[in-house]
Design a protein around this ligand. Structure first.
Ligand code: CMX
Length: 437
Protein backbone atom coordinates (compact mmCIF):
# COMPACT_ATOMS: atom_id res chain seq x y z
CA UNK A 1 0.00 0.00 0.00
CA UNK A 2 1.40 3.42 -0.92
CA UNK A 3 1.80 6.21 1.66
CA UNK A 4 -1.12 8.05 0.06
CA UNK A 5 -3.37 4.98 0.18
CA UNK A 6 -2.47 4.37 3.82
CA UNK A 7 -3.27 8.01 4.65
CA UNK A 8 -6.60 7.75 2.80
CA UNK A 9 -7.40 4.60 4.79
CA UNK A 10 -6.96 6.22 8.23
CA UNK A 11 -8.46 9.61 7.37
CA UNK A 12 -12.22 8.87 7.63
CA UNK A 13 -11.91 7.86 11.29
CA UNK A 14 -10.06 11.07 12.14
CA UNK A 15 -12.60 13.20 10.27
CA UNK A 16 -15.40 11.48 12.17
CA UNK A 17 -13.68 12.08 15.54
CA UNK A 18 -13.17 15.77 14.88
CA UNK A 19 -16.68 16.28 13.48
CA UNK A 20 -18.20 14.53 16.52
CA UNK A 21 -16.07 16.55 18.95
CA UNK A 22 -17.06 19.82 17.32
CA UNK A 23 -20.74 18.89 17.05
CA UNK A 24 -21.11 17.58 20.59
CA UNK A 25 -18.64 19.78 22.47
CA UNK A 26 -17.82 22.79 20.31
CA UNK A 27 -18.89 25.18 23.12
CA UNK A 28 -16.89 23.53 25.89
CA UNK A 29 -14.37 25.98 27.40
CA UNK A 30 -10.71 24.88 27.27
CA UNK A 31 -8.88 27.92 28.61
CA UNK A 32 -9.09 31.53 29.72
CA UNK A 33 -6.72 34.28 28.60
CA UNK A 34 -5.23 36.89 30.91
CA UNK A 35 -4.05 40.38 30.05
CA UNK A 36 -0.53 39.17 30.95
CA UNK A 37 -0.79 36.45 28.31
CA UNK A 38 -2.11 38.85 25.67
CA UNK A 39 0.88 41.16 26.20
CA UNK A 40 3.19 38.21 26.89
CA UNK A 41 3.34 36.51 23.51
CA UNK A 42 0.24 34.33 24.18
CA UNK A 43 2.45 32.11 26.32
CA UNK A 44 0.64 28.92 27.33
CA UNK A 45 -2.69 29.93 25.76
CA UNK A 46 -4.24 26.65 24.64
CA UNK A 47 -5.57 27.49 21.20
CA UNK A 48 -3.95 25.09 18.73
CA UNK A 49 -4.41 21.42 17.97
CA UNK A 50 -1.97 18.84 16.61
CA UNK A 51 -1.70 15.10 17.04
CA UNK A 52 1.85 14.87 15.76
CA UNK A 53 3.71 15.98 18.87
CA UNK A 54 3.10 17.18 22.41
CA UNK A 55 5.55 18.87 24.80
CA UNK A 56 5.00 17.86 28.39
CA UNK A 57 6.68 20.41 30.70
CA UNK A 58 8.22 17.67 32.83
CA UNK A 59 8.91 15.03 30.27
CA UNK A 60 9.65 16.89 27.06
CA UNK A 61 8.50 16.09 23.57
CA UNK A 62 6.53 13.02 22.56
CA UNK A 63 6.13 12.26 18.86
CA UNK A 64 2.75 10.61 18.29
CA UNK A 65 2.81 9.52 21.93
CA UNK A 66 6.38 8.18 21.89
CA UNK A 67 9.24 9.72 23.91
CA UNK A 68 12.56 10.47 22.18
CA UNK A 69 14.24 7.31 23.59
CA UNK A 70 11.25 5.26 22.43
CA UNK A 71 11.33 6.78 18.95
CA UNK A 72 15.06 6.10 18.65
CA UNK A 73 14.63 2.51 19.84
CA UNK A 74 11.49 1.62 17.88
CA UNK A 75 11.94 3.15 14.44
CA UNK A 76 13.70 0.91 11.89
CA UNK A 77 17.39 1.58 11.22
CA UNK A 78 19.60 1.16 8.18
CA UNK A 79 21.90 -1.90 8.39
CA UNK A 80 24.75 -1.22 10.83
CA UNK A 81 23.39 2.18 11.89
CA UNK A 82 22.67 3.42 15.42
CA UNK A 83 20.06 6.00 14.49
CA UNK A 84 16.83 5.25 12.58
CA UNK A 85 15.76 6.21 9.08
CA UNK A 86 14.31 9.73 9.05
CA UNK A 87 11.73 8.36 6.57
CA UNK A 88 10.40 6.20 9.40
CA UNK A 89 9.81 9.30 11.52
CA UNK A 90 7.93 10.98 8.66
CA UNK A 91 5.76 7.87 8.33
CA UNK A 92 5.07 8.03 12.08
CA UNK A 93 4.14 11.71 11.78
CA UNK A 94 1.79 11.18 8.83
CA UNK A 95 0.23 7.83 9.71
CA UNK A 96 0.55 7.79 13.51
CA UNK A 97 2.05 4.31 13.75
CA UNK A 98 5.61 3.02 14.13
CA UNK A 99 6.47 1.79 10.63
CA UNK A 100 7.96 -1.52 9.62
CA UNK A 101 11.25 -1.25 7.74
CA UNK A 102 9.34 -1.60 4.45
CA UNK A 103 7.07 1.30 5.44
CA UNK A 104 10.01 3.50 6.43
CA UNK A 105 11.60 2.68 3.07
CA UNK A 106 8.36 3.65 1.36
CA UNK A 107 9.00 7.23 2.47
CA UNK A 108 12.73 7.03 1.72
CA UNK A 109 11.88 5.80 -1.81
CA UNK A 110 9.31 8.57 -2.31
CA UNK A 111 12.01 11.07 -1.34
CA UNK A 112 14.57 9.57 -3.71
CA UNK A 113 12.12 9.67 -6.60
CA UNK A 114 11.31 13.34 -5.94
CA UNK A 115 14.75 14.69 -5.05
CA UNK A 116 15.76 16.27 -8.39
CA UNK A 117 16.09 20.06 -8.13
CA UNK A 118 15.24 22.31 -11.08
CA UNK A 119 18.31 24.09 -12.47
CA UNK A 120 16.77 27.53 -11.87
CA UNK A 121 17.01 26.98 -8.09
CA UNK A 122 20.79 26.60 -8.39
CA UNK A 123 20.91 29.58 -10.78
CA UNK A 124 18.94 31.68 -8.31
CA UNK A 125 21.28 30.75 -5.46
CA UNK A 126 24.29 31.57 -7.65
CA UNK A 127 22.80 34.97 -8.47
CA UNK A 128 22.45 36.03 -4.82
CA UNK A 129 25.14 38.28 -3.33
CA UNK A 130 28.17 36.62 -1.72
CA UNK A 131 27.21 38.04 1.68
CA UNK A 132 23.63 36.69 1.50
CA UNK A 133 22.76 34.93 4.77
CA UNK A 134 22.32 31.16 4.29
CA UNK A 135 18.84 31.39 5.82
CA UNK A 136 17.78 33.96 3.23
CA UNK A 137 19.19 31.69 0.52
CA UNK A 138 17.31 28.74 1.98
CA UNK A 139 14.04 30.65 2.17
CA UNK A 140 14.45 32.03 -1.37
CA UNK A 141 15.21 28.58 -2.79
CA UNK A 142 12.11 27.14 -1.12
CA UNK A 143 9.74 29.83 -2.33
CA UNK A 144 11.28 29.69 -5.83
CA UNK A 145 9.89 26.15 -6.13
CA UNK A 146 6.35 27.49 -5.80
CA UNK A 147 5.68 27.18 -9.53
CA UNK A 148 5.89 23.38 -9.08
CA UNK A 149 3.07 23.30 -6.51
CA UNK A 150 0.56 20.59 -7.30
CA UNK A 151 -1.83 22.11 -4.74
CA UNK A 152 -1.80 25.54 -6.41
CA UNK A 153 -2.43 23.99 -9.84
CA UNK A 154 -5.22 21.70 -8.68
CA UNK A 155 -6.86 24.45 -6.64
CA UNK A 156 -7.11 26.58 -9.76
CA UNK A 157 -8.50 23.62 -11.65
CA UNK A 158 -11.31 23.51 -9.06
CA UNK A 159 -10.63 20.47 -6.84
CA UNK A 160 -13.04 19.54 -4.04
CA UNK A 161 -12.21 20.57 -0.47
CA UNK A 162 -12.16 16.94 0.66
CA UNK A 163 -9.27 16.33 -1.74
CA UNK A 164 -7.06 19.22 -0.54
CA UNK A 165 -4.80 16.93 1.47
CA UNK A 166 -3.76 14.88 -1.57
CA UNK A 167 -1.82 17.60 -3.43
CA UNK A 168 -0.62 18.93 -0.05
CA UNK A 169 0.95 15.52 0.58
CA UNK A 170 2.43 15.55 -2.94
CA UNK A 171 3.94 19.00 -2.39
CA UNK A 172 5.19 18.11 1.08
CA UNK A 173 6.94 14.97 -0.17
CA UNK A 174 8.39 16.91 -3.10
CA UNK A 175 9.67 19.68 -0.84
CA UNK A 176 11.10 17.52 1.96
CA UNK A 177 12.78 15.32 -0.68
CA UNK A 178 14.69 18.31 -2.05
CA UNK A 179 15.66 20.15 1.14
CA UNK A 180 18.85 18.23 2.05
CA UNK A 181 20.35 18.86 -1.39
CA UNK A 182 19.26 22.52 -1.39
CA UNK A 183 20.84 23.04 2.04
CA UNK A 184 24.03 21.20 1.04
CA UNK A 185 24.26 23.28 -2.13
CA UNK A 186 24.00 26.48 -0.08
CA UNK A 187 26.73 25.13 2.21
CA UNK A 188 29.03 24.44 -0.72
CA UNK A 189 28.36 27.82 -2.30
CA UNK A 190 28.90 29.79 0.90
CA UNK A 191 31.77 27.91 2.47
CA UNK A 192 33.36 25.46 0.03
CA UNK A 193 33.92 27.58 -3.08
CA UNK A 194 30.94 25.96 -4.78
CA UNK A 195 32.45 22.47 -4.66
CA UNK A 196 29.26 20.44 -4.39
CA UNK A 197 28.94 16.70 -3.65
CA UNK A 198 25.93 15.30 -5.53
CA UNK A 199 23.55 12.93 -3.68
CA UNK A 200 24.33 9.22 -3.54
CA UNK A 201 21.23 7.27 -4.63
CA UNK A 202 22.23 4.37 -2.37
CA UNK A 203 22.01 6.44 0.82
CA UNK A 204 18.97 7.26 2.93
CA UNK A 205 17.70 10.83 3.33
CA UNK A 206 19.59 11.62 6.56
CA UNK A 207 22.86 9.95 5.52
CA UNK A 208 22.71 11.66 2.15
CA UNK A 209 22.68 15.05 3.83
CA UNK A 210 25.88 14.11 5.70
CA UNK A 211 27.40 12.85 2.44
CA UNK A 212 26.47 16.02 0.50
CA UNK A 213 28.02 18.23 3.20
CA UNK A 214 31.24 16.38 2.44
CA UNK A 215 31.78 15.06 5.98
CA UNK A 216 33.32 11.62 5.60
CA UNK A 217 33.93 10.80 9.28
CA UNK A 218 32.19 7.68 10.51
CA UNK A 219 29.43 8.60 12.88
CA UNK A 220 28.33 11.75 11.07
CA UNK A 221 25.64 9.93 9.08
CA UNK A 222 24.10 8.77 12.34
CA UNK A 223 24.44 12.26 13.78
CA UNK A 224 22.75 13.71 10.72
CA UNK A 225 19.75 11.39 11.15
CA UNK A 226 19.68 12.14 14.89
CA UNK A 227 19.82 15.91 14.33
CA UNK A 228 16.93 15.83 11.84
CA UNK A 229 14.77 13.64 14.06
CA UNK A 230 15.37 15.81 17.14
CA UNK A 231 14.69 19.11 15.36
CA UNK A 232 11.64 17.91 13.46
CA UNK A 233 8.73 19.01 15.61
CA UNK A 234 7.93 20.65 18.94
CA UNK A 235 4.14 21.11 18.98
CA UNK A 236 2.44 23.77 16.88
CA UNK A 237 2.97 26.90 18.95
CA UNK A 238 6.69 27.47 18.36
CA UNK A 239 7.34 30.31 15.95
CA UNK A 240 8.46 28.35 12.87
CA UNK A 241 5.65 25.80 13.16
CA UNK A 242 3.06 28.45 13.84
CA UNK A 243 4.26 30.75 11.06
CA UNK A 244 4.05 27.85 8.60
CA UNK A 245 0.59 26.92 9.85
CA UNK A 246 -0.69 30.50 9.75
CA UNK A 247 0.54 31.03 6.19
CA UNK A 248 -0.85 27.66 5.06
CA UNK A 249 -4.20 28.36 6.72
CA UNK A 250 -4.95 30.80 3.90
CA UNK A 251 -4.65 27.81 1.50
CA UNK A 252 -1.22 29.02 0.49
CA UNK A 253 0.79 26.09 -0.81
CA UNK A 254 3.62 24.50 1.19
CA UNK A 255 6.34 26.49 -0.61
CA UNK A 256 4.91 29.83 0.46
CA UNK A 257 4.01 28.49 3.88
CA UNK A 258 7.30 26.81 4.77
CA UNK A 259 9.27 29.77 3.49
CA UNK A 260 7.35 31.85 6.07
CA UNK A 261 8.30 29.29 8.72
CA UNK A 262 11.96 29.45 7.72
CA UNK A 263 11.89 33.25 7.93
CA UNK A 264 10.70 33.04 11.52
CA UNK A 265 13.26 30.36 12.37
CA UNK A 266 15.95 32.85 11.30
CA UNK A 267 15.33 35.07 14.34
CA UNK A 268 17.80 35.10 17.26
CA UNK A 269 15.11 34.12 19.76
CA UNK A 270 14.32 30.95 17.86
CA UNK A 271 16.69 29.08 15.56
CA UNK A 272 19.84 31.04 16.32
CA UNK A 273 20.30 29.99 19.95
CA UNK A 274 22.33 26.91 18.95
CA UNK A 275 25.12 29.01 17.48
CA UNK A 276 25.11 31.34 20.49
CA UNK A 277 25.50 28.33 22.78
CA UNK A 278 28.49 27.05 20.81
CA UNK A 279 30.03 30.54 20.68
CA UNK A 280 29.76 30.72 24.47
CA UNK A 281 31.51 27.35 24.89
CA UNK A 282 34.25 28.39 22.46
CA UNK A 283 34.67 31.60 24.47
CA UNK A 284 35.24 29.52 27.60
CA UNK A 285 37.73 27.35 25.73
CA UNK A 286 39.64 30.38 24.49
CA UNK A 287 39.61 32.20 27.81
CA UNK A 288 40.96 29.23 29.79
CA UNK A 289 43.01 27.72 26.98
CA UNK A 290 41.12 24.44 27.35
CA UNK A 291 38.72 23.00 29.90
CA UNK A 292 38.42 25.26 32.98
CA UNK A 293 38.21 24.16 36.58
CA UNK A 294 34.77 23.92 38.18
CA UNK A 295 35.36 27.19 40.02
CA UNK A 296 36.51 29.01 36.87
CA UNK A 297 33.42 27.70 35.07
CA UNK A 298 31.12 28.86 37.84
CA UNK A 299 32.71 32.31 37.82
CA UNK A 300 32.44 32.55 34.02
CA UNK A 301 28.72 31.74 34.23
CA UNK A 302 28.23 34.42 36.88
CA UNK A 303 30.23 36.94 34.80
CA UNK A 304 27.85 36.27 31.88
CA UNK A 305 24.80 36.84 34.09
CA UNK A 306 26.31 39.95 35.72
CA UNK A 307 26.92 41.35 32.23
CA UNK A 308 23.14 41.16 31.74
CA UNK A 309 23.32 38.26 29.30
CA UNK A 310 21.55 34.91 29.34
CA UNK A 311 23.36 31.59 29.41
CA UNK A 312 22.56 30.24 25.97
CA UNK A 313 21.19 26.73 25.77
CA UNK A 314 19.62 26.87 29.24
CA UNK A 315 15.99 27.53 30.15
CA UNK A 316 12.82 26.97 28.19
CA UNK A 317 9.42 28.56 27.70
CA UNK A 318 7.52 25.30 28.26
CA UNK A 319 9.91 22.65 29.56
CA UNK A 320 10.67 22.44 33.27
CA UNK A 321 13.25 19.62 33.12
CA UNK A 322 16.33 18.84 30.98
CA UNK A 323 15.25 18.64 27.36
CA UNK A 324 15.28 15.00 26.15
CA UNK A 325 16.62 16.33 22.83
CA UNK A 326 19.64 17.56 24.81
CA UNK A 327 19.98 14.19 26.55
CA UNK A 328 19.90 12.22 23.27
CA UNK A 329 22.69 14.37 21.80
CA UNK A 330 24.65 14.29 25.07
CA UNK A 331 24.58 10.49 25.07
CA UNK A 332 25.69 10.47 21.41
CA UNK A 333 28.63 12.72 22.32
CA UNK A 334 29.56 10.60 25.34
CA UNK A 335 29.80 7.61 23.03
CA UNK A 336 31.45 9.13 19.97
CA UNK A 337 33.54 12.09 21.12
CA UNK A 338 34.21 11.88 24.88
CA UNK A 339 37.64 13.48 24.48
CA UNK A 340 36.51 16.52 22.50
CA UNK A 341 37.41 19.52 24.68
CA UNK A 342 34.35 21.55 23.68
CA UNK A 343 32.16 18.62 24.65
CA UNK A 344 34.02 18.37 27.96
CA UNK A 345 33.24 22.04 28.57
CA UNK A 346 29.57 21.47 27.59
CA UNK A 347 29.53 18.62 30.11
CA UNK A 348 31.02 20.81 32.82
CA UNK A 349 28.53 23.57 32.04
CA UNK A 350 25.73 21.05 32.50
CA UNK A 351 27.11 20.23 35.95
CA UNK A 352 27.64 23.85 37.04
CA UNK A 353 25.13 26.15 35.32
CA UNK A 354 21.80 24.78 36.61
CA UNK A 355 22.92 25.49 40.20
CA UNK A 356 24.06 29.00 39.20
CA UNK A 357 20.70 29.73 37.56
CA UNK A 358 18.86 28.41 40.61
CA UNK A 359 20.99 30.65 42.83
CA UNK A 360 20.22 33.61 40.57
CA UNK A 361 16.55 32.75 41.01
CA UNK A 362 15.12 34.04 37.76
CA UNK A 363 14.91 31.25 35.18
CA UNK A 364 11.86 29.03 35.65
CA UNK A 365 13.84 26.15 34.20
CA UNK A 366 17.60 26.02 34.94
CA UNK A 367 18.14 22.94 32.75
CA UNK A 368 19.73 22.55 29.31
CA UNK A 369 17.63 22.70 26.15
CA UNK A 370 18.31 21.21 22.71
CA UNK A 371 20.61 24.10 21.75
CA UNK A 372 23.07 23.60 24.62
CA UNK A 373 24.91 20.90 22.72
CA UNK A 374 23.81 20.61 19.08
CA UNK A 375 26.51 23.02 17.84
CA UNK A 376 29.21 21.18 19.83
CA UNK A 377 28.48 17.98 17.91
CA UNK A 378 28.52 19.70 14.51
CA UNK A 379 31.75 21.49 15.44
CA UNK A 380 33.37 18.18 16.34
CA UNK A 381 32.64 16.75 12.89
CA UNK A 382 34.03 19.83 11.17
CA UNK A 383 30.80 21.69 10.35
CA UNK A 384 32.00 24.90 11.97
CA UNK A 385 30.14 27.54 10.00
CA UNK A 386 27.72 28.87 12.63
CA UNK A 387 25.40 30.66 10.23
CA UNK A 388 24.60 27.36 8.58
CA UNK A 389 23.27 25.68 11.73
CA UNK A 390 19.85 27.31 11.42
CA UNK A 391 19.54 26.00 7.85
CA UNK A 392 20.13 22.48 9.20
CA UNK A 393 17.49 23.15 11.86
CA UNK A 394 15.17 24.23 9.02
CA UNK A 395 15.70 21.00 7.07
CA UNK A 396 14.68 19.06 10.18
CA UNK A 397 11.79 21.35 11.08
CA UNK A 398 10.29 20.85 7.62
CA UNK A 399 9.37 17.29 8.60
CA UNK A 400 7.05 18.33 11.41
CA UNK A 401 5.48 21.36 9.83
CA UNK A 402 4.76 19.73 6.46
CA UNK A 403 3.19 16.68 8.13
CA UNK A 404 1.07 19.08 10.17
CA UNK A 405 0.13 20.99 7.03
CA UNK A 406 -1.11 17.80 5.34
CA UNK A 407 -3.23 16.99 8.40
CA UNK A 408 -4.55 20.55 8.62
CA UNK A 409 -5.81 20.23 5.02
CA UNK A 410 -7.16 16.73 5.64
CA UNK A 411 -9.19 17.90 8.63
CA UNK A 412 -10.28 21.13 6.95
CA UNK A 413 -8.67 23.50 9.45
CA UNK A 414 -9.79 27.04 8.59
CA UNK A 415 -7.91 30.30 8.07
CA UNK A 416 -6.53 31.61 11.40
CA UNK A 417 -7.98 34.86 12.61
CA UNK A 418 -7.63 35.59 16.35
CA UNK A 419 -9.28 38.75 17.67
CA UNK A 420 -7.40 41.89 18.77
CA UNK A 421 -8.48 44.40 21.38
CA UNK A 422 -7.24 47.92 22.04
CA UNK A 423 -5.30 48.98 25.15
CA UNK A 424 -8.33 51.04 26.24
CA UNK A 425 -10.53 47.96 26.02
CA UNK A 426 -8.10 45.96 28.13
CA UNK A 427 -7.95 48.84 30.67
CA UNK A 428 -11.75 48.75 30.88
CA UNK A 429 -11.75 44.97 31.36
CA UNK A 430 -9.08 45.39 34.08
CA UNK A 431 -11.06 48.15 35.83
CA UNK A 432 -14.23 46.04 35.76
CA UNK A 433 -12.37 43.07 37.21
CA UNK A 434 -10.98 45.27 40.03
CA UNK A 435 -14.43 46.68 40.81
CA UNK A 436 -15.95 43.20 41.00
CA UNK A 437 -15.20 41.68 44.40
N1 CMX B 1 20.16 32.59 31.49
C1 CMX B 1 19.88 33.69 32.20
N2 CMX B 1 18.63 34.10 32.50
C2 CMX B 1 17.64 33.32 32.07
C3 CMX B 1 17.85 32.14 31.36
C4 CMX B 1 19.17 31.79 31.05
N3 CMX B 1 19.48 30.72 30.32
N4 CMX B 1 16.66 31.59 31.07
C5 CMX B 1 15.72 32.41 31.59
N5 CMX B 1 16.32 33.46 32.19
C6 CMX B 1 15.68 34.62 32.78
C7 CMX B 1 14.86 35.32 31.72
O1 CMX B 1 15.68 36.15 30.90
C8 CMX B 1 13.86 36.08 32.54
O2 CMX B 1 14.50 37.22 33.05
P1 CMX B 1 13.71 38.63 33.19
O3 CMX B 1 12.64 38.35 34.18
O4 CMX B 1 14.78 39.56 33.64
O5 CMX B 1 13.17 38.94 31.83
C9 CMX B 1 13.60 35.12 33.69
O6 CMX B 1 14.72 34.23 33.74
C10 CMX B 1 12.34 34.29 33.53
O7 CMX B 1 12.39 33.65 32.27
P2 CMX B 1 11.63 32.26 32.03
O8 CMX B 1 10.18 32.50 32.23
O9 CMX B 1 12.28 31.17 32.79
O10 CMX B 1 11.95 31.98 30.50
P3 CMX B 1 11.19 32.55 29.21
O11 CMX B 1 10.03 31.63 28.94
O12 CMX B 1 10.91 33.99 29.34
O13 CMX B 1 12.30 32.38 28.10
C11 CMX B 1 14.07 31.30 26.95
C12 CMX B 1 12.69 31.12 27.64
C13 CMX B 1 14.44 29.97 26.29
C14 CMX B 1 13.99 32.39 25.87
C15 CMX B 1 15.11 31.66 28.06
O14 CMX B 1 15.20 30.60 28.99
C16 CMX B 1 16.46 32.00 27.48
O15 CMX B 1 16.69 33.14 27.10
N6 CMX B 1 17.40 31.00 27.40
C17 CMX B 1 18.67 31.19 26.78
C18 CMX B 1 18.54 31.19 25.26
C19 CMX B 1 18.20 29.82 24.75
O16 CMX B 1 18.78 28.81 25.14
N7 CMX B 1 17.23 29.74 23.79
C20 CMX B 1 16.87 28.47 23.16
C21 CMX B 1 15.48 27.97 23.52
C22 CMX B 1 15.23 26.63 22.90
C23 CMX B 1 13.97 26.57 22.11
O17 CMX B 1 13.25 27.58 21.95
O18 CMX B 1 13.64 25.47 21.64
Amino acid sequence: MSLKEKFAEILPEWRERVTRLLKESGDVKVDEVTIGQIYGGMRDVKALVTDISYVDPNEGIRFRGFTIPEVLAKLPKPAGAEIPYVGGLYYLFLIGQIPSEAEALLVEDEWKARSAIPQYVFDLLHALPRDAHPMMMFSAAIVSLQNTSVFARRYHEGMKKSEYWEPMLEDSLNLTAKLPAIAAFIYSLKYKNGVYTPPDPDLDWGANFAHMLGVAQPGYRDLSRLYMILHSDHESGNASAHATHLAASTLSDIYYAFSAGVNSLAGPLHGLANQEALAWLLDVHKRFNGVPTREQMRQFAWDTLHAGRVIPGYGHAVLRRPDPRFTAQFEFAEKHMPDDEIFQIAKLVNEIVPAVLIEQGKAKNPSPNVDAISGTLQHHYGVKEFDFYTVMFGVGRALGVTANAVWARALGQPIERPKSLTTAMLEQIAAKAKATP
